[in-house]
Design a protein around this ligand. Structure first.
Ligand SMILES: [Zn+2]
Ligand SMILES: [Zn+2]
Length: 86
């Protein structure tokens, strides 16, 4: 069952051309950043402490979602939608 996609618009320009990425919290060094900050050509690695991350690494948890506008490149946090909890 697929949830309905959340309609997100850019707070700066109103565009709906938005890319989203999970926000990852690396528990070892307390770095928090979007998942693409952890991507390298060879896999996943924390940009702060440079430790490699495995898939489903217990040292990393997803704490939210960030979004970036494709048109004006504004970055913002996706607001939590209470309806998604139902
Ligand atoms: Zn925008
Ligand atoms: Zn780290």
């Amino acid at each position: 069952m697929q949830p309905d996609p959340i309609r997100i618009v850019c707070p700066a320009c109103g565009s709906s051309e938005i890319e989203t990425a999970p926000i990852v919290h690396h528990l070892i060094c307390a770095y928090v950043g979007p998942s693409y900050d952890f991507e390298t050509t060879g896999g996943h690695r924390c940009p702060k402490c440079l430790r490699a991350l495995r898939n489903h690494d217990r040292a990393a948890e997803i704490v939210g979602e960030s979004a970036r506008c494709r048109l004006c490149e504004t970055e913002f946090i996706v607001p939590h939608d209470p309806a998604q909890d139902a």
